[in-house]
Design a protein around this ligand. Structure first.
Ligand code: ZN
Length: 188
């Protein structure tokens, strides 16, 4: 019951932080659908550790709902007091430094992922699975096939640095990657 309460608190907190945001896709679905999906992917493959699931629900709040170092610090303190240091550490591990250009951030994700904690690695794979699903089901309007395929390639490079901890999760990534790759090629 205590765990359930924490999960719901995390969903409520993330929903509030992301309240004015939508996903990049044409349908403009609420942003919160994505972190909930990431946590669900993890439970689907047998992951049930509270810190991991709460970090999954909160994984984009620092990267996507802060604009300055001060805001990051303030939000980190809130996460620390509400959800503890394990959760905060994991969320910070998977947060890109937004002051860097997008291409550099992407390059760094590939380089740094093998050095992440086990929790952060699992979260990374689930995050990429959800993003690939969205690219197939609800892609951004201006993304051409080439850009979608480039995203897939990059996501695979990141995931390759994180595999080996949960076989079902690794297989889930491969399945979604392969299906989406074939689908994109077939409509190309
Ligand atoms: Zn995400």
């Amino acid at each position: 019951m205590k765990d359930l309460n924490k999960i719901l608190e995390a969903i409520s907190f993330a929903a509030d932080r992301h309240r004015n945001q939508t996903r990049k896709g044409i349908s403009k679905i609420p942003y919160i659908n994505h972190p909930i999906r990431v946590a669900k992917i993890l439970t689907d493959v047998g992951e049930n550790e509270m810190e991991l699931l709460i970090a999954a629900i909160l994984h984009d709040v620092i990267e996507d709902t802060t604009k300055s170092q001060e805001e990051i610090k303030a939000l980190s303190n809130v996460i620390l007091s509400k959800f503890g240091e394990e959760v905060l550490f994991t969320v910070l591990e998977v947060s890109d430094n937004k002051s860097l250009p997008v291409e550099e951030r992407k390059r760094l994700q590939v380089i740094h992922t093998p050095d992440l904690s086990e929790r952060a690695k699992k979260l990374k794979i689930a995050d990429k699975i959800s993003n690939i699903e969205d690219i197939r089901k609800d892609p951004p309007e201006n993304w051409e096939q080439k850009r979608k395929l480039a995203y897939l390639d990059w996501a695979k490079q990141v995931a390759e640095g994180a595999i080996g901890l949960n076989k079902k999760l690794d297989q889930y990534f491969d399945q979604v990657y392969n299906e989406t790759y074939s689908y994109l090629k077939s409509v190309n």
